[in-house]
Design a protein around this ligand. Structure first.
Ligand code: SIN
Length: 475
């Protein structure tokens, strides 16, 4: 493939004849390659092998597993350029952003390589003199994951890192839209010494088929999913059959709040970072903006001026900030939300240009009200609806008026208000005077229908371990 120097990254690719999964560049519509598709019996065989290999992997000292993960991290960093290009080609995000995701993805491998050595248990003061009580932590067993197209590398490493560090084996089904990055990072893991049976990437006939296998196979003890709330709910129900552990990182509807005491320029910078990352296609993207009436006009004017500077185009082209959206269906869904909001009375601050292919002009909509459809839906595109508010009480009610509870953001310089609002927001993550909150060292996850469990941070590895209590009697 042109643009990729290290061809060993692509050794998994199959030819068209082999009936692989065709991967399309969303910027051009061209097919860029074919990923292998496993048959049902190959997937089942892989699960059996993962179960056998897991025991050997877990038996190695944590320090040995950690060293292999560190080597994988190193290889990811060394291949940043190629992996970034591959990601831009199959996902569309601008090259600098794609290379940034490679670093973000690698950071989870580095972090969990370190955490592998710190899965401490407890000693517990016993209630009677003849007993000694301790806990140890042990890997769950075979863990699997289903990951999305918006972060083709980081959403895999954020799950694979803790799973492998804990001593689990790990099987991931990436999105059919972006499997090439997934197979490429696995190639680097194998080069780092992680056994092929311990880390597997599989595509099946369909997501439904693989989801069915992952949620019902008795050897799989854990499922981690990043995607929509609707699909997460189905996977949880299916996993209930034999009480599998699940972690769910699901939809969001992040409010971005600007109080009248905010630094407006800082709020605009944060809004740009939060809203337009990956063309608005992240679960933590600001989805709806609430701005105090006193600063509404100033914020809207400055925000729109910054948005008009964004360059839309092929992510491989120099200076592009906004790539294509992922599919025609996604584009139509976003357009329907824009049209609906305008019909309900919202106004684009600048004229909206209709662009060809999967490209969309970023839009700021003003005079939006809280009851409009666009405010209750996850937009997942480069559209920023801006709503007025007049009091903290009204604001909190509107900000929490959603089934979701992933990320939220607010800008204020009043320390009393900062604590009050941070505590009142029903979200797993709150950015305070900050639009970029994601990092491997902090717990990522939501409340309400945005999910269960935390990824990254010291909490992340516990999602892949069982606590075992040992009671020593007769002392
Ligand atoms: C997501 O969109 O699901 C992940 C975003 C992030 O890790 O920042």
């Amino acid at each position: 493939m042109q643009h990729i120097k290290n061809h060993s990254l692509l050794s998994f690719m199959v030819s068209e004849k082999a009936q692989g999964c065709a991967v399309t560049n969303p910027a051009t519509g061209e097919i860029i390659g074919f990923a292998p598709i496993a048959s049902e019996s190959e997937i089942l065989d892989g699960i059996e092998r993962a179960s056998v290999a897991q025991k050997e992997w877990a038996a190695q000292p944590a320090k040995v597993r950690a060293a292999k993960l560190q080597r994988w991290n190193q290889l990811l960093l060394e291949n940043k350029e190629d992996l970034g290009r591959l990601m831009t080609l199959e996902q569309g995000k601008p090259l600098a952003e794609a290379q940034g995701e490679v670093l973000y993805g690698a950071s989870f491998i580095e972090w969990f390589a370190e955490e592998a050595k710190r899965t401490y248990g407890d000693t517990i003061p016993a209630p009677s003199a003849d007993k000694r009580l301790v806990t140890i932590k042990q890997p769950i067993g075979v863990a699997c994951a289903i990951t999305p197209w918006n972060f083709p590398i980081a959403m895999i490493t954020r799950k694979a890192g803790p799973a492998l560090a804990a001593g689990c084996s790990f099987i991931v089904k990436p999105s059919e839209s972006t499997p090439l990055s997934a197979f490429a990072v696995a190639e680097l893991a194998y080069q780092a010494g992680i056994p092929r049976d311990v880390l597997q990437v599989v595509l099946g006939e369909s997501s439904r088929q693989v989801g069915g296998i992952f949620t019902t196979h008795p050897l799989i003890r854990k499922l981690s999913f990043t995607g929509s709330t609707q699909v997460g709910s189905v996977l949880m129900q299916q996993s209930a059959g034999d009480i599998k552990r699940t972690s769910m990182e699901l939809g969001g509807n992040a409010p971005f709040i600007v109080f009248d005491d905010a630094d407006i320029d800082a709020a605009v910078t944060g809004a740009m970072a939060s809203k337009f990352r990956n063309a608005g296609q992240t679960c933590v993207c600001a989805n709806r903006f609430y701005v105090h009436s006193k600063v509404y006009d100033e914020f809207v004017a400055k925000f729109d001026a910054a948005v008009q500077q964004l360059k839309v185009g092929n992510g491989l082209d120099h200076g592009v900030n906004i790539g294509p959206v992922i599919s025609e269906a996604a584009k139509q869904g976003i357009q329907t939300l824009i049209d609906g909001a305008i019909e309900q009375g919202a106004k684009p601050v600048s004229p909206i240009k209709q662009l060809d292919g999967l490209f969309m002009q970023p839009v700021v909509l003003k005079d939006v009200t809280h009851n409009m459809t666009i405010v209750s839906q996850e937009i997942f595109g480069p559209v920023a609806p801006v709503i007025r508010f007049d009091s903290d009480e009204q604001l909190i009610e509107m900000a929490n008026d959603t089934i979701y509870g992933l990320a939220s953001y607010f800008y204020s310089q009043n320390i009393h208000r900062v604590w009050k609002i941070a505590e009142a927001l029903e979200y797993g993550m709150v950015g305070i005077n900050e639009g970029m909150i994601s990092t491997e060292v902090a717990p990522f996850g939501g409340v309400k229908q945005s999910g269960i469990g935390r990824e990254g941070a010291k909490q992340g590895i516990d999602e892949y371990m069982d606590v075992k209590y040992l009671c020593f009697g007769g002392n």
